[in-house]
Each structure stands twice: as C-alpha cells, then as structure tokens.
Design a protein around this ligand. Structure first.
Ligand SMILES: [Zn+2]
Length: 378
C-alpha cells in the first residue's frame, strides 16, 4: 500500500472530533521533524495547533489544514465504521475525515517528505499550519496561530489549503477565494392592537415586510469574473400571537448575505439602513454579525504553480471557483498571502459514508509535490 494512503488511514483511525486532536498532530509532528522541520505544538484554549518550518530564509510556502472532523452521526447510518478507515473492494476509502480533510493532510506530509529528500537545498521555506478547530468555533485555531506568527513578524507568502475543493473528479476545481458571509437580525417594535382598530395600532410586521421586500428586490451587483452576484436571503421571520384578530407589536427577521469583493459589510449595511429608515426602522433595530469577509487570490505565482502541477500529474486544468461555504482561508488571505484550496472530491463531506477513491490520496500527494517543485525550486 502506498505511503499517503497508509498515513491517511492512520489519521482517520484517530477519532479527532472537534476540538480533540486525538494524537493526529503528534504523529504528523514526528514525521515532519524527521524531514528536518522545526516543529512547534501550540495549544490555545482547548485547541491543539501545529506550526512547523523547514529552511531558514526566503518566502514561506505553507500547507494548511485541519486535523479535526465533524461527529460521525448515527453509526448505523454508515456502511463501514467511520473510524476504521476501511477500503472496500471497489476502491473507496471510507471514514470521517476521508474527504474533509485527513487524506489531504496525509498527502501533504508525504509530498513534503519526498520533496525534501529529493531537494534538500530547495529555495525558500516550507511550512505547515494545522489546527484541530476548523469545524468548530475557529477562534483558538488558525486565527490564533496567525496572531502568534504576526507577533513574531512572520507571514505566509503562498498557502495551499487541502480543503476538499474537487467536484466530480480529483482536482477538477480549485478554490481561489470565498464569498463573504454577513448576518443581520432585525427586530421591529410597533404597537399591538385589534385588527378592527388599525388606527390605534402600529403593525410591526407590515414595516418589517416592507424592508424585506425592498432587500429581496434590490440588485446588489452583477458579480464579476471571480464571483457570482451577491445574494440576499431571509432565513427566519417571526411575528404574531397566533390569534387572528391581533395586530403584532413586535416582528423580527434573520437574514444573510453571501457577497463578493464588490461589496463590503459596510456597503451592505448602509443600503439596508437606508431602506430601514424609509419604513420607520431605526439602525439600532438591526444587529450585525460578520462571519467572514470575502477574499480572492488573483492570477499570480501560486495559481500558476497549481495549474501547472495538476496539468503535469493529470493532464487536466482545474477550474477556479469561489463557491461553497467559508474556510480558514478567510483568516489567512487578509495577512497578504496568496491562498489556493485544492483537495479531494467534496460530494460526501459531513455525511454518513464519507468516502473518496483510495487512489486519489497518492495522486493528490503527487500533485502537491509538483506544486512545491514549481514554488521552491528556482
Ligand atoms: Zn474541512
């Protein structure tokens, strides 16, 4: 059996449900130390993180990812034990983390071992940033490691994240950015009353519906080459006592924007507050929570190396996408790093029977090595 698949299976057998690392990072740290890395285990709160560097000067190329996994859910929904790392006769590697993202982490470690053995005097520095809190609150994980690095004056130049970016076939898609996600809660206060005496009441729901209708109809932008148009969705709407003859005095809504770099949290807020005022809803009635700002890596060394690496190994070219949910790239990109996410197929992530083709682990490892060769050899 090939080394990357063997390591992926060893990691899957460690049940590292967020934030428990279950020994994954210790195992990886030993392997990296043997490959000449200076390894630091950073525990923030209840979260284990690992930062490792090889080389002492030059731009930092970093492999980033997480060792934690989401809970498996009911075991009886699985064809094979989620922590047994079973490979079936059809060649599927089953297990929680098989796609998201222990196979990528294993592929990265093995690619690094081979690359360092073949190119002991490579240019630049090679680093690993791993956390056990990507699937959870993500407070004491990647973000905290970046703060710690920043305090030491260190910065990542090129970052390859192993999140499962592929759609139908390995490396058919790489993510070069992510949309931003902004949440708001709107709470409108009016005056409750009898439906037969509307002049004596102030219907909070009517005002809220006016605002929601304006926001639904608003055309935020048309998107651009990297992003689809910004979208607005109402996720929750609550008002009313249940009685048919009572005008509601309070109404509230929860809403979310997925937005491109053509917008900012501030621009979305300004438009919303202006509509709100028109319906007698003051700015204080709206609570905002930005869960991630949008980011995009434009054409440059990392995108070129990624494309060339995939082309050399598979003969195909990955499509670049900003689709899907957020990732820890939202913390890394704002530090000035070029960020690309490239990993296995994401069809079964967070599901029962999470699985990928077992042979993709070694293929992914070869792609990672080919990308390293394009970034770390002058
Ligand atoms: Zn993930």
């Amino acid at each position: 059996m090939q080394a990357p698949l063997e390591l992926a299976r060893e990691l899957i057998r460690r049940p590292s449900v967020t934030p428990d690392d279950a020994g994954c990072q210790a195992l990886i740290g030993e392997r990296l130390a043997r490959a000449g890395f200076h390894v630091e285990h950073l525990r923030f709160g209840s979260v284990d993180n690992l930062w490792a560097v090889a080389g002492d000067h030059g731009p930092i190329t970093c492999f980033a990812g997480h060792t934690d996994v989401v809970p498996p859910g009911p075991i009886e929904d699985w064809t094979h034990d989620p922590f047994a790392a079973h490979v079936d006769e059809a060649g599927w590697l089953y297990g929680r983390g098989a796609a998201d993202m222990k196979s990528s982490v294993a592929a990265m470690v093995c690619a690094t071992e081979r690359f360092r053995a073949a190119q002991p005097n490579h240019a630049g520095r090679l680093a690993f940033l791993l956390t056990s809190d990507e699937e959870g609150p993500a407070v004491d994980g990647t973000r905290a490691v970046l703060d710690w690095l920043g305090a030491r004056g260190q910065r990542i130049d090129h970052c390859l994240i192993g999140e499962p970016s592929s759609d139908l076939a390995l490396a058919d898609t790489a993510k070069h950015g992510r949309r931003g996600s902004l949440n708001a809660r709107v709470r409108v206060r009016g005056t409750q009353g009898h439906v037969a005496y509307p002049h004596k009441a102030d219907n909070a729901l009517h005002r809220l519906l006016g605002l929601m209708a304006d926001l639904v109809a608003h055309r935020w932008d048309d998107g651009d080459a990297s992003f689809p148009p910004t979208s607005f969705q109402v996720s929750n709407l609550n008002a009313g006592t249940g009685a048919e003859n009572v005008i509601p005095g309070v109404a509230d809504a929860a809403v979310n924007w997925r937005f491109s770099t053509l917008q900012s949290a501030e621009s979305l807020r300004a438009v919303t507050e202006a509509y709100g005022e028109a319906h007698g809803i003051p700015p204080e009635a709206i609570d905002w929570h930005l869960s991630g700002a949008p980011f995009v890596t434009t054409e440059g060394r990392l995108i070129q190396a990624t494309r060339a690496g995939v082309q050399a190994c598979l003969g195909t070219t990955p499509a670049l996408s900003t689709g899907g949910g957020t990732s820890d790239g939202r913390f890394i990109a704002p530090t000035g790093a070029e960020v690309i996410e490239l990993g296995p197929c994401n069809q079964t992530i967070h599901q029962a029977d999470e699985r990928i083709p077992a042979r993709d682990v070694a293929r992914l490892s070869e792609i990672y090595e080919a990308i390293l060769a394009r970034l770390l050899i002058d």
